[in-house]
Design a protein around this ligand. Structure first.
Ligand code: 5GP
Length: 294
C-alpha cells in the first residue's frame, strides 16, 4: 500500500498555491512529504545568524529536499545562490531546485504527471507507486538469488501481464538464470473457466529448477492450470513468484512462494497489467474506476 503522507494538504499552511498543488500530486503518487521541516543556517555575523534557507519540501523516502521555483526569474536567481551555498556548507544534503520543466520531469519519473493532465480518465487512484514497486522487486530478486544460490533456475512467465515484472525481477537475480514464456487464453466454458495453452515453452523443463513468475493471482484458476501443466513436464522443482496477490478472491488454493504485495479486491492496471489492452505502460499500479466494471 502507498506510504501514508507525513502531512496533510488541508492542514498545512502553504505559502503558495503551487506548493499545495505539488503536495496534492505527491499524495496522489503516494510519496510522503514534509513541508518546510528544517532551516539551514547559511551565514553568521558574529554570534548572529544573518542568513538561513528553508527548503519547501523534504521527501523522506527519497531523502531529498525540494525547492520549487515555478515563479519569477528574479527569485529563482536568489534561490539558486542559496542552494549553491547550502550544497557547499552541507554536502551530505540532497536538494533539488525545481523549475517548471524539472517539476514536470520529476512527475513523469513517478507516473504521468497530474492525473487530469495525464489523460488517465479511467484511473481512480495509484495503489502502488513506482518507488514501492522498485524496492519490493529488488527485495524479491535478492531473496530468490539467495534461495537458489548455486543453481541456474528457469524463470517462466505467462504473457502478457508479466512483462514489466519479469524484466525488472530478472535484473535483480544475480544468478545464471534463463527465461521462457507461455501464452494462454481463458474463457467461460460449460463446465466453468477453461484455460487453454496457446504457446508452450520453447525449452525443456525436465530436471530444471523452475520459478513461475506471475503478475497477479486472483481466483487462482489460471495459476492452478499452468502449474498442472508445468508439473507434467517433470521439473526438478517448481515454485511461484507473484507480484500481486488478490487473496480475498481466491477459489483454488495455490501455493505462492514469493509475493510482492497483497492487494484488496480491486481491478488494477499498470506495470504490465491492462484494461482492454491499455495502461500496461503505466509505471505504477493503479485502481481502475469502479463504474467501468459494473
Ligand atoms: P485468476 O485465474 O487467478 O482468477 O486470474 C488471473 C488472471 O486474471 C491474471 O493473470 C490477469 O490476467 C487477470 N486479472 C485478475 N485480476 C486482475 C486485475 O485486477 N487487473 C488485471 N488487469 N487483470 C487481472
Amino acid at each position: 500500500m502507498p506510504a501514508a503522507a507525513a502531512a496533510t494538504v488541508a492542514a498545512t499552511p502553504f505559502a503558495h498555491e503551487s506548493e499545495a498543488e505539488f503536495a496534492r500530486i505527491l499524495d496522489f503518487y503516494g510519496i510522503s512529504w514534509l513541508y518546510e521541516p528544517r532551516s539551514f543556517p547559511l551565514r553568521w555575523e558574529g554570534e548572529q545568524l544573518a542568513e538561513a534557507f528553508t527548503p519547501d519540501f523534504f521527501l523522506p523516502d527519497l531523502n531529498l529536499y525540494i525547492e520549487l521555483t515555478t515563479i519569477r526569474q528574479k527569485l529563482a536567481t536568489e534561490k539558486n545562490r542559496k542552494v549553491r551555498l547550502l550544497r557547499q556548507l552541507y554536502p551530505e544534503v540532497n536538494i533539488r531546485l525545481l523549475n517548471k520543466k524539472d517539476y514536470l520531469r520529476l512527475l513523469a519519473k513517478y507516473g504521468y504527471g497530474p492525473p487530469e493532465a495525464a489523460k488517465l480518465p479511467d484511473i481512480d487512484r495509484v495503489l502502488i507507486t513506482t518507488g514501492q514497486i522498485e524496492r519490493r522487486v529488488g527485495e524479491l530478486g535478492a531473496q530468490i538469488a539467495r534461495d537458489y544460490s548455486g543453481q541456474a533456475p528457469l524463470l517462466v512467465g505467462v504473457l502478457k501481464g508479466v512483462l514489466c515484472f519479469m524484466a525488472d525481477l530478472l535484473r535483480h537475480i544475480s544468478l545464471p538464470v534463463s527465461v521462457d514464456f507461455m501464452a494462454i487464453s481463458s474463457f467461460e466454458g460449460e463446465a466453468g473457466e477453461v484455460v487453454k495453452i496457446l504457446k508452450d515453452l520453447d525449452q525443456p523443463v525436465a530436471d530444471q529448477h523452475v520459478l513461475l513468475v506471475e503478475d497477479i493471482v486472483d481466483t487462482g484458476m489460471t495459476l492452478n492450470r499452468v502449474l498442472e501443466h508445468l508439473w507434467s513436464l517433470r521439473p526438478a522443482s517448481l515454485k511461484v513468484c507473484a507480484l500481486l496477490d488478490k487473496r480475498a478472491r481466491r477459489l483454488v488454493d495455490v501455493p505462492l512462494d514469493y509475493i510482492g504485495f497483497e492487494i484488496p479486491d480491486e481491478f488494477v492496471v499498470g506495470y504490465g497489467l491492462d484494461y482492454h489492452q491499455r495502461y500496461r505502460n503505466l509505471p505504477f499500479i493503479a485502481v481502475l474506476k469502479h463504474e467501468l466494471l459494473s
